[in-house]
Design a protein around this ligand. Structure first.
Ligand SMILES: [Fe+2]
Length: 417
């Protein structure tokens, strides 16, 4: 009996040693390409995912210089049972273009793809370009077009300093398991170079703290947050299902304080959230957003970007009551605006167009049938993203068709000097 037990013991030991050796020899594999987060002030966070690994680091240098610097990060096992690698770089030189390399367990990954990012611009800088688009992560097999959007954005990665994702990022229910198949696989030539700031949409709003919050590294509580970029202040909000805000009382208090703290320090105030307020698309007006108009007026918010309706629509500037801020008569140019009132734009045209695929109800915009005559300044029913450029006191935006790069709408807002 003793001999049998000894034999069994040796056998088990042998198995476990074998298993240990096997685990140690397992090669590190990249599961998710790097993506850039929280590019604010002089910092940036770089994340990527691997099959194994307990250590990670990033090598980086200003493009064209010789010496690499290395910063170690942290790893953790995700809710999808892979390893998240996270490294934050600090004290970056404003506007400098950096090359970078990623390492897990001392293995350099993605050796065949040149990686770079541009450090956030300085406080005194007043010129930059970014993009905004929502309603993206519909699988291609269900008729979605995240592939077209990824390709269209790739053409502009040298220009974009960051992107705003306007919610409904992962259909149908924002689960972590779907982030790679519905989103990241299509943006492997965009996200490693251009940081993104997302907000939650209703489709992402299923246990967001167990999914959305685990996928992104955002400022604040990640549901709502703000950041400064050059001469602009950006605020991302959580409109939950559209009827009331997430943690409404707390979020409103935070929003008022945040906008009040900015005061006149920044020339531009831009809010991004998922649900439209007033609009003439096929969606209703969402109370969560409409209720914010008086706050936007009080604190001088210039622009609100939203998704939700799977189309593109730009409204003429409104006041805090949701009325037109100026009459659109007397031959005023509908593409040039003084910075009076709030310009609201729906850019839910990222990857799931109304009338196609899993959303087959036909839709043809017709502002003449809208309950708000004269509100719509421009519309286009096509896959599109918005490219925005700030040059000091002028903001120029273009809605660009993802299929062929055609400009579907363009306008400018001018601040008084
Ligand atoms: Fe939505």
């Amino acid at each position: 009996m003793k001999i049998h037990l000894l034999f069994l013991g040796l056998l088990l030991m042998g198995f476990s040693t074998c298993k240990l050796v096997k685990t140690e020899q397992k090669a590190v594999q990249l599961i998710r390409k790097p993506y850039l987060q929280s590019a604010i002030a002089d910092s940036i966070t770089i994340l990527w995912r691997t099959n194994i690994g307990t250590t990670c680091q990033v090598g980086f240098r200003v493009e064209g210089t010789a010496k690499w610097s290395f910063v170690k990060g942290t790893t953790r096992t995700t809710n999808t049972r892979v390893v998240e690698n996270e490294v934050t770089l600090h004290e970056l030189t404003a506007k400098a273009k950096y090359e970078y390399q990623i390492f897990t367990k001392n293995t350099r990954l993605l050796r065949d793809q040149a990686l770079w990012f541009t450090a956030p611009i300085g406080k005194q800088d007043t010129a930059f370009t970014f993009y905004a688009v929502g309603d993206i992560g519909e699988p291609v097999e269900d008729g979605g077009t995240p592939d077209l959007l990824g390709e269209a954005l790739r053409l502009h990665i040298d220009s974009f300093k960051f992107g705003l994702l306007l919610g409904d990022i992962i259909y149908p229910d924002g689960k972590s398991e779907l982030y790679d198949s519905n989103l990241f696989q299509y943006f492997g030539q965009v996200f490693p170079y251009v940081p993104v700031f997302p907000v939650l949409g209703n489709h992402d709003w299923h246990e967001p703290d167990e999914n959305y919050v685990k996928e992104w590294k955002l400022p604040g509580n990640e549901h709502y947050y703000s950041f400064d970029y050059g001469n602009a202040h950006f605020v991302g909000l959580d409109t939950k299902m559209g009827d009331t805000l997430y943690e409404e009382e707390a979020q409103l208090k935070w929003l008022k304080e945040d906008l009040s703290n900015v005061g006149d320090e920044k020339q531009w105030k831009i809010v991004f959230l998922h649900h439209n307020g007033k609009s003439c698309t096929y969606k209703k007006d969402y109370a969560a957003t409409v209720s914010l108009y008086p706050i936007f007026e009080e604190y001088g918010v210039d622009l609100v970007l939203n998704g939700h309706a799977h189309t593109y629509e730009r409204l003429h500037p409104m006041n805090g009551k949701g009325e037109l801020a100026r009459t659109n008569e007397n031959g005023q140019d509908p593409t040039q605006y003084p910075a009076v009132g709030l310009t609201s734009i729906t850019v839910g045209s990222g990857g799931k167009l109304r009338g196609i695929g899993s959303d087959p109800t036909p839709f043809k915009p017709n502002p003449d049938h809208c309950r708000y005559p004269g509100l719509v300044a421009a519309y286009a029913h096509n896959w599109a993203f918005l490219m925005l450029n700030i040059e000091g006191s002028t903001l120029t935006a273009k809605a660009i068709a993802t299929e062929d790069g055609k400009v579907l709408d363009t306008f400018q807002i001018h601040q008084e000097q």
